[in-house]
Design a protein around this ligand. Structure first.
Ligand code: ADP
Length: 405
């Protein structure tokens, strides 16, 4: 059974075609700059296969339909394709960032669900409208293959109320649904499960702190396989310091800036989301550039790095207290998987909490899940490559089986 996984943004989308029997990625790709005068597409067959080399083309994609139509023709292309006909796609799994309180589980999408996902757009204005667009296009182009929505917020729906509520008047929650929803749930779920597997543990009785550190960063506390707290909030702006997002700040700063500078709400929102975080401190948001700069003595780059690590350490400490006992700390996503310096700085001097990293293991590069702590420590530190697409494909296949049963 082949599942097409789609992660659709407002001007780009990523795709993967996954064969579920062997959990093999047949091909993957990315369409960017949709709507611009010139767009781009990259497409790659699975490693090891024929035609493994990356195929790229530059041409305008006026809208998502144009991009998706091109991808469909590539999937069945005699040279670059991996299937004979589109009928070999059994279903399509879509990443959807915000499921609000309506969607606590993945679901097959029909007209009603499309409307509900669209209605949640005010809570995720950069994401949900794009997901709706992606869903509509795929449902039209692949009418035989059910589309399934897998929500980033699903995994966090198990948070207890005292963790997801903000201390605002209760009516604000009742009327506006203002609360913590959390993001990156699919990734946190996957790496927590993988951590239990690596340590030969079952999820019941297993407590883990998962750190998803990419462009967006979030930390979750996971107990018995369920999320009990997470650092992102109603939106992905909250929590730790990120590439361009400020993370936790005094909420009064919003009003203060408005009064002092005359900036409007939209401008402040954009400042906090796009011009803050490490970029706001040192002008750079890619960790590789920040390392290069601080090694040349750039004090701002050093400050940005120190602030980033400090904010994650604080969440690790907080979630240690939330969980009471911690079996493992997991690092994942672009920085978490690839940057030993961040991992070392975040875990420095935490021996008293039982958190220790073996420097040699930390420096080694592997593609699979591994422990980077010395043998016999109280809390294992693990690096686990995330694979949100496999989780989305798995959830899609499971719903399809249920529907066919
Ligand atoms: P996204 O959140 O967009 O999925 P990723 O998980 O791919 O992003 O993470 C992107 C970030 O990972 C980049 O900003 C970069 O700072 C960081 N990164 C990737 N590779 C490395 C590396 N080898 N060393 C340090 N940082 C890295």
């Amino acid at each position: 059974m082949n599942i097409l996984v789609i992660n659709c943004g407002s001007s780009s989308f990523k795709y993967q075609l996954i064969e579920m029997g062997g959990q093999t990625v047949l091909c993957s790709g990315l369409v960017q700059r949709i709507g611009d005068s010139m767009g781009s597409l990259t497409h790659k067959k699975a490693p090891g296969g024929e035609g493994e080399k990356k195929y790229t083309e530059e041409r305008p994609f006026p809208d998502h339909t144009a991009g998706m139509t091109r991808v469909m023709s590539l999937l069945t292309d005699p040279e670059l394709g991996v299937i004979g006909s589109l009928s070999e796609i059994a279903a399509c799994g879509h990443r959807v960032v915000q499921g609000g309180e309506i969607f606590k589980q993945s679901c097959i999408v029909g007209e009603k669900e499309l409307e509900q996902i669209a209605a949640l757009s005010p809570l995720a204005p950069l994401h949900n409208p794009a997901h709706v667009q992606g869903l509509e296009v795929v449902m039209r182009l692949l009418p035989h293959a059910p589309s399934v929505a897998v929500f980033d917020t699903e995994f966090h729906s198990t948070m207890p109320q005292h963790a997801f509520m903000y201390a605002l008047p209760y009516e604000i929650y009742e009327q506006q649904r203002v609360r913590r929803y959390g993001m990156h749930g699919t990734s946190h779920r996957y790496v927590a499960q993988q951590a239990a597997r690596v340590m030969s543990r079952q999820e019941p009785g297993f407590n883990v702190i998962t750190c998803h550190l990419g462009n967006g960063c979030s930390v979750s506390a996971v107990k018995d396989g369920k999320c009990v707290d997470t650092s992102m909030g109603m939106t992905p702006l909250a929590g730790v310091v990120m590439g361009t997002r400020c993370g936790d700040i005094d909420p009064a700063i919003h009003a203060y800036l408005g009064r002092q500078t005359g900036m409007g709400l939209e401008d402040i929102d954009s400042l906090l989301n796009r011009k803050s975080g490490m970029k706001g401190i040192c002008g750079m948001n890619d960790m590789r550039d920040i390392h290069a700069a601080r090694k040349k003595g750039d004090a701002r780059a050093q400050l940005a790095f120190d602030m980033f690590c400090h904010s994650i350490r604080k969440y690790i400490g907080a979630y240690y207290a939330v969980l009471g006992r911690v079996d493992a700390i997991v690092f994942t996503a672009g920085i978490g998987e690839n940057d030993p310096e961040s991992r070392a700085a975040i875990c420095k001097d935490l021996e008293a909490m039982g958190i220790v990293i073996d420097p040699a293991k930390n420096e080694k590069r592997f593609d699979n899940a591994r422990s980077i702590s010395p043998v016999g420590v109280k809390v294992r530190v693990l690096v686990v490559p995330t694979n949100e697409e496999i989780v989305i494909a798995g959830a899609t296949a499971a719903l399809l089986k249920e529907k066919m049963a």
